[in-house]
Design a protein. Sequence first.
Length: 317
Amino acid sequence: MSETVRGKIDPGLDLEAEIVRLKKERNAVLLAHYYQEGDIQDLADFLGDSLQLAQQAKKTTADVILFAGVHFMAETAKILNPDRIVVVPDLEAGCSLADGCPVDRFRAWRAKYPDAVSITYINCTAEVKAESDYICTSSNAEKIVRAIPEDKEILFAPDKNLGRWLEQKTGRKMRLWQGSCVVHETFSLRKIIALREQHPTAKLIAHPECEEALLGMAAFIGSTTALLKYTQTDDAQAYIVATESGIVHQMRKASPHKTFIEGPPEKNCACNECPFMRLNTMEKVYLALRDLEPRIEMPASLRERARVPIDRMLALS
């Protein structure tokens, strides 16, 4: 729903103060992903990657969860908190990976390999989660793959680049769904090579959703949180960061004496920003808290089925 339909916002309103006030009034917790704009990150009660946010959603005692991320993340929070109100700033904040793995096609793919174990990246819909054996995030995917008995075939969906990287890390050959992230596939190998020539001491660090050729050049590969921690403990003074640019805000806060260069996309655009994540704004965060809309809802039967593979993930994490 547009801001116009939901009511105009006084341009003189102190959004930060109003959000803080409403969080207290609603007994609400603001969970935000690292890929949100910096102002939202700074207001979050908890900031993290997909695994950390799922863990925090399971632990919260708040009456209201405001999830500043994308739709599948808020769905996960609702699955773990069926009796709490879960709201999002913008219902249109989706995910290219989730869009590229519709449940009917996923179900048909699984049916071809009835004896296989399916590990599904958390970047998928609740319906696909409900058809999966295990959910994973980039933080725990390797651990979950290694937990599957060697004699079991593994189906891995929906990110082929993460799947390929896991095959190399674990030595397990898997059947991979051919999906990819619109942001992580857009990084320009040509431009990154040029950047490395301009900044010879800078280390390239990358998320495993990036393409194989880029990962082959990286000094370190890891989840969003792992990348952040690496820049805090590593002794280099400059980094080229090949993941969504929102995390650079936290890297600069944690290590202000270091230099962080955002990985460039092939086109001259802001393509290293997730177009879905950036649909969320401070104004929409305020409106979601004020109106307790839009809400995430789903049938109880779907929630219960989708929770099984999520709980398996959390137990292994």
